[in-house]
Design a protein around this ligand. Structure first.
Ligand SMILES: C[S@@+](CC[C@H](N)C(=O)[O-])C[C@H]1O[C@@H](n2cnc3c(N)ncnc32)[C@H](O)[C@@H]1O
Length: 248
């Protein structure tokens, strides 16, 4: 029996559409934790050439945001994220360095308090000529109320640099970007409890929802690309390989 008010949505479901619109229908304070890897303002099609992948396995349609719209796009979804988070809620936002200033400005601007600026270090075998290979993401851990938020004692001295490998789905259907389950598991262990509800408004292949489900958390997710949403639903129903359980 679900006594949580999610407006027109149901827990443990993912929805197709523009997150900046769909999130408006979520009631205030409905969400315990928001974990998201929003689209980046880079030309992802060019980037994709750098990936060691068979193009035909990559689902088409990845939605990018134009660089000059990124600041307003960021501000739009973040102010809604602030509204829908419970007073003791927290949020993790992944960002490349390119438009980090928009992400940081948005977080401050809508009222979040930054608790940590985490660095996710990953391996990336791309050739560069006159600069360094980018092998990290920024992960902003922010809260509404620094005096009251969930932070479980999972490790004694949790550090802010996380060395976690990307997962490659060789020969399997996939979306062009995907968070490793391990990093999402770590976030959920520290910043949520069983039964909490976790939102990812930019779901992609559904890693946040799939991991939440596996860990006994409730989830809700939005994704604009229909094929990605179907793929996320396949993962949720266990009909495709799932990295956490190692099936298939
Ligand atoms: C970086 S990917 C997320 C990857 C995801 N964390 C995973 O593990 O698969 C960002 C996603 O946001 C989606 N997207 C872009 N604009 C959107 C919008 N306005 N509303 C909802 N989804 C959007 C893209 O299609 C893409 O799948």
């Amino acid at each position: 029996m679900n006594d949580r008010n999610l407006g027109p949505y149901q827990e443990d479901r993912v929805y197709q559409g523009d997150a900046t619109r769909l999130i408006r229908d979520l009631p205030d304070s409905a969400i315990d934790l928001l974990v998201t890897d929003p689209p980046f303002a880079i030309d992802f099609r060019a980037q994709r050439l750098n990936y060691n992948r068979t193009g035909s396995n990559v689902l088409e349609g990845y939605q990018e945001i134009a660089g000059d719209e990124y600041e307003s796009f960021t501000r739009e979804w973040m102010s809604e994220a602030y509204r829908v988070l419970s007073p003791s809620g927290s949020m993790y936002v992944f960002s490349g360095w390119n438009h980090l200033k928009d992400i940081l400005g948005g977080l401050d601007g809508v009222g979040f308090t930054t608790q940590n600026h985490l660095i996710w270090k990953y391996q990336f075998g791309v050739f560069t000529k006159k600069k360094y290979v980018t092998s990290h993401y920024h992960v902003l851990f922010v809260v509404k109320d620094p005096k009251r938020y969930t932070f479980n004692k999972v490790e004694h001295y949790p550090e802010d640099v996380w060395d976690i490998k990307r997962e490659y789905w060789k020969g399997r259907k996939k979306t062009p970007t995907k968070l490793p389950s391990e990093i999402v598991r770590k976030i959920l262990r520290f910043s949520s409890n069983p039964g909490d509800i976790v939102l990812d408004p930019f779901l992609g292949s559904g890693t946040v929802a799939v991991t939440a489900k596996e860990m006994g958390r409730h989830f809700i997710g939005f994704e604009v690309v229909e094929d990605y949403l179907s793929f996320a639903n396949e993962r949720l129903s266990g009909t495709v390989w799932n990295s956490y359980t190692g099936n298939g």
